[in-house]
Each structure stands twice: as C-alpha cells, then as structure tokens.
Design a protein around this ligand. Sequence first.
Ligand SMILES: [Zn+2]
Length: 586
Amino acid sequence: MNVPNAGERTAPAVPDVRSSADWVNRFADEVIAEAARRSPGKPVVVASGLSPSGPIHLGNLREVMVPHLVADEIRRRGVPCEHILSFDDYDRLRRVPAGVDPSWAQHIGKPLTSVPAPPGSAHPNWAEHFKAPIAAALARLGVEFRGISQTQMYTSGAYVNEVLLAMRERARIDAVLAQYRTKPLPAGVASGIDAAAGTDAGPEAAEGSGAAAEDDGAASAGYFPYRPYCSACERDLTTVTGYDDESTKLNYTCACGHAETIRLAEHRRGKLVWKVDWPMRWAYEGVIFEPSGADHQAPGSSFVVGGRLVSEIFGGWQPIGPGYAFVGISGMAKMSSSRGAVPTPADALDIMEEPVLRWLYARRRPQQSFTIAFDAELQRLYDEWDAVARKVADGTASSLDASSYDRATRTSASGLPRTTRPLPYRMLASVADITTGDSDQILRILSDLDPDCPLVSLDEVRPRLDRARCWAMTQLPAGERTRLLSEPDRRALAGLSPAQRSSLDLLLAGVDQDWSLEGLSRLVYAVPKLQAGLSADAPPTPELKSAQRAFFALVYRLLIGKETGPRLPTLLLAAGQDRIRALLAG
Ligand SMILES: [Zn+2]
C-alpha cells in the first residue's frame, strides 16, 4: 500500500484490534485501499470462479462466500463494489461423474456448454444444468453477483485482443512458465493437498475452478497458449502446429484426424490455457480481490505463475488473493442426495436456515478449515447460534460475535429470511420425528409448549420448522427415530418395584396440573425429590441426579422402548396426556 503521508500510518481510522480480529473488515480495508491505488474512482471488483463440470460441492461455496462477505462489507461502507462470478463453462469435460451414463465419455474434451445435459434435464446443456442449482442457492443466500459465462466471452470474441497478445508474447510466457516447470513442489505440499481433498468430498471438491494440473500449452511443435476446439469433433484433442503473427493464421491437427488452418483474429472456438487464462481475466476485469483454494496457492501454482503473467504480459495486477482452507462435510445420510454422494449448498439449505449457513463462513477466517455437519452436531450448532442471537439481543455479545451474526442475518441490500419464534432446533426436530412430520400434530404439540403465549400457526416457527422436519425425515438414522409404543409394556409394568411404581404415579398426578414445557420440566426433575421426601425445589445432589437419571430411563423404556430419547418434557408433550396414562398407568 502506498501511503503518501507516513504520519497517517500511526493513526489508522479503524482500531487495530478490531481489524485484526474481524477478517472481513481487515480484507475490506485492504481491498478498498488497493482499489483506490489501482483504479481510483471505479467500482471495486471482487471475483469468484466456479466450474460447472458436475454438481457444485458445498465445500466450493467458500469460493463464493469469502468474496461475497468482503464485497458486502465494502458496500455497507458506501463504496460501490461488484462481485463477478465466472462460470468456467468453456472448460473441457474432463470426466463423466459417478451416476451418469458411461456413454457420456464420448463428450470428454468438449466445452461444458457443448455437452448435452444429463437425461431428463430441463436445461440446454451440461454446464447450464449444473449452474442453475448453484445460482438458485446463491440467490437464497443473498449473494449478489454478476455471472459471467466464459463460453459467452470467448465465443463472442470479447478476449480476441488478449488472445492475440498472448500468442504474440508466447515466448515470454513460455519462459516464465519454464521457471516453474523445472521447480518440483517441495516435499509435503502436494501430498498435504491430496490428504485434504481425499476426505469426505473427494478430488472433485479440491479441483475448484480451472484445473491446477492442466497442461500449460507446451508441446513438441513449440509453445502455444491457445488451444482450439476441433471444428470437426468439437473436442480439444488438438495440437497447434504453427502460427504466423502477421496474418494470425494458425494450423492445428486433431486426434480425430482433422487438420485445419484458421485465422485467429476471427476464430471464436478455442481458449487460452488455464494458467494464462486466469491472469488474462484479472487484467480484463480489473479484479482486486479473488481468493482461491489451497491447490491454487502452492509454489508454481496458477496463482503464483499468474501473478507474474498478469503484470509482465497483460499489464495488470495480481488480486489480493488469500488461500482458503478446506470445508469438510460430516454425517450426511447417503439417501438424501439424489445427485450422488456430493452434498450441494441446496442440500445444506434443506436442513438449515440461510443465516446459519452464512454464519459458518462469516465466523471463520478463510485460512481456518471447518466442517459442516449433517448429523446431530447440527443441533449443537443451532444451540450455539441461538445463544449468540440472545447475546446480540441483550447487548452482551462480543464485537466479533455481533459482527459475524450481523453479516449472517442481512446483507447491505436486504435481510435474510428469519423465523419469528425461533424454538430450539433440537425440539422441533424431536417433535417432527415423533409425529413423523404430521403438521396437525406438530401444531398441537407446539401450541402446548407455552400456554400463556400459544402458537397460533406453524408459520410463526417457519422456516426453521421446515428445515428441522427435513433433517429429522432425511438425516436421522432409522435406529435413532423415536416411536411411541402403541401398547403398554405390561411385562415391564408388572415387574416394577414399589418405588418405581410410586415415581410413575407422582408423574401421572402432576401432568395435568401444568401441561406446558416449563411445567413438565419442573415436574420430571421434582419427582425423584418428592420421592426422597424433599421439596420440589430442593437443590440437586449427586444422589438426586442419579435417581433422576434412573427415573428418566424408566419413563423412556415405557414410552418408547429405549433408554434414551428426545428431552423428556418434549417427549411427554408430544405423547399427549391420554397416551402417557395408557403407557404408564399400572
Ligand atoms: Zn477433432
């Protein structure tokens, strides 16, 4: 950063402690300053890139969320900012994803926009089929962006000057690339990336936008950074065999047997190789900020080489580009994904609210890896989210918690959907589980929670209820489902000790006195105290806690045939008074 008056550096406008703790603020400061230096008076440009070569993995959402959060902070400060999202839909189809007809292999090597969409798709081609769901998910998440189709850019001739420049400068480009080709990756770098990519998400997730490993244009006939798609077979199995700078005539041969001479100044069916393409676009779009995955950041990687090419060839700047760490997925039930084993942002939004998903990205620095849980860990995440919300509401949240909560719940343009009465997610999931998702029963149970302020309509607890219900229906393993016994367990009832019998009688005597979540919570903890001859509000002791555990296990066994289950007051409310009497009475 160029600061004209060194004295200003000692009095920054933003306190250091704040900017260092809040990564979004820190990058926004840096990006605004850099944009003012590079292109004063123009809107700030931040960028993401996604390859619609298959379903876009939930882990790849970080590619969009990091620039989104920075762009949104810049806009909140009143500085115009554009978030461009490049769809690398002019890349070649590299492989046929699992679950797709193997006959699609005939399309390998064609641009993704020239490959037919999977059978049954409503979309015109492969790329559009996989772009549509991510675009819809981003809209739900409040991500404002300008989508750029690289197919549209290349085939319209938008980059023709840049392509001719790169071909003219091919010897210099080759010389830069050569410096990195001869440098093997330090031991551990490549394997570290592989290890990260080899977890749940597989290599698809690590690949990201463009392929770090794609060949860079070197061939025996000389170095050419442009690769035509064959006009006969549409594939990129082509080799450039000669080029004349003066006439821009280019000769190529294709593995299919086709050979042709074209005039590059007019040619529209081809593209720069990835390592040249990316820096060309930084210069073309004036990108100030673009993060990338760890695989793009290693020595000799696209980002490092691109930094040389963008200034030495294209006269632009390398963006501020932090590497972001891997986002893992845990506990996703296979059955819930109809698109194969790859969880997408839409899958996450089926089971969690938009602000919660935004929060996961906002609260972690890009360098921190984290895991998105589809299992019961999600309930703990929601507990944490609700605790932060309460602290924000009563003014006791830390400034860091408050700012990440704020970034999660609204953008500079609008608020995200909120649940009017955010009942605990774990309770909603339990009620949905016990009722097998039946809306009438759910409403009855939730109306009993708080008789002073009864629920009138399920809309008050939406959209959270819908996400919790979907979670219970799709992610909860069959063995963990809760089913009330249809008939009393007479054998167990006959074998009760007198003390056990009297504990159940105390419970039954109490249920109709305060039929509410609060009343039942008090009651279930009070029963063992009353049995011990203590008052209902006696302080807990180790003996009492042990008696409470035994009492709860007894009730669970008699109601659902298991030792544990949803929180007992919730279970009692869900069961209803008649059912409780039927299953617990002697
Ligand atoms: Zn061909």
